[in-house]
Design a protein around this ligand. Structure first.
Ligand SMILES: O=C(NCCCOCn1ccc2cnccc21)c1cc(-c2ccc(F)cc2)cc(O)c1O
Ligand SMILES: [Mg+2]
Length: 206
């Protein structure tokens, strides 16, 4: 995938990086990027929220990192967390090829360890937008952890990938029934397939 980006995408052009990855995943081998269909929904939410602070849980190869960072205002900050060092190494190169390294802080480690340290380590007050795309059984515990750590403010937006496939049933149940969130489901498809999937957008009400 990285070779395809370096061969087919233009340095400093995030759109060409996104296009090169999508082409590779359609033509060569499937990969678990959010993809172009859900990616357009992601773009519209990022544009609407126009966040100053973003947390992405699950960098993978940096596809959604590039999509988000390319839409952020110049002073905005995107912190992206990746557990797998091999994925992180690739993502760093993809993000650099897109010319977005100044907007992105890639952190290696587990969400459960890093979420409680966000304030002290990165000088973050609260996140305007959180994109959840990591282990599906961590969406719920990490959302509760972000609440407890005071990382969400009235109006913070949570956008969760894969709420249908692979699925995050406990997260959906919680977020859709909690009086502290207003949720909306964006029906789509699993990246590069016809299988149903979707994004759940939730506003924290404080
Ligand atoms: O599994 C998926 N993503 C997660 C990766 C590990 O994330 C681990 N990870 C990354 C930061 C991080 C921080 N703390 C803990 C774990 C942390 C994932 C899987 C599929 C999928 C759908 C159908 C299939 F047949 C097979 C796979 C699709 C997706 O879009 C996904 O996002
Ligand atoms: Mg995903």
């Amino acid at each position: 995938m990285l070779a395809a980006v370096q061969k087919n995408a233009t340095r400093g052009d995030p759109r060409s990086v996104v296009k090169a990855i999508d082409q590779f995943c359609r033509q060569k081998e499937w990969a678990m990027n959010v993809g172009d269909e859900k990616g357009c929904i992601l773009d519209s939410v990022v544009t609407e929220v126009n966040p100053a602070t973003v947390l992405e849980l699950g960098t993978y190869c940096g596809y959604s990192t590039v999509r988000i960072a390319s839409l952020l205002p110049s002073n905005a900050k995107l912190i992206t967390l990746e557990f797998n060092p091999d994925y992180a190494a690739i993502a760093r190169q993809v993000i650099a090829w897109a010319g977005l390294e100044d907007k992105v802080q890639l952190v290696e480690g587990a969400s459960g360890d890093w979420i409680p340290k966000m304030k002290e380590k990165f000088g973050i007050e609260t996140f305007d937008l959180v994109f959840l795309d990591h282990w599906k059984d961590r969406y719920l515990p990490d959302t509760k952890l972000m609440e407890e750590c005071g990382l969400l403010r009235k109006g913070s937006i949570l956008l969760a990938d894969n709420v249908i496939c692979p699925g995050t049933p406990d997260y959906l149940e919680y977020i859709r029934n909690s009086p502290r969130y207003k949720s909306q489901y964006f029906k789509s498809h699993l990246e590069y397939t016809k299988v149903e999937d979707g994004l759940e957008k939730s506003v924290f009400l404080g």
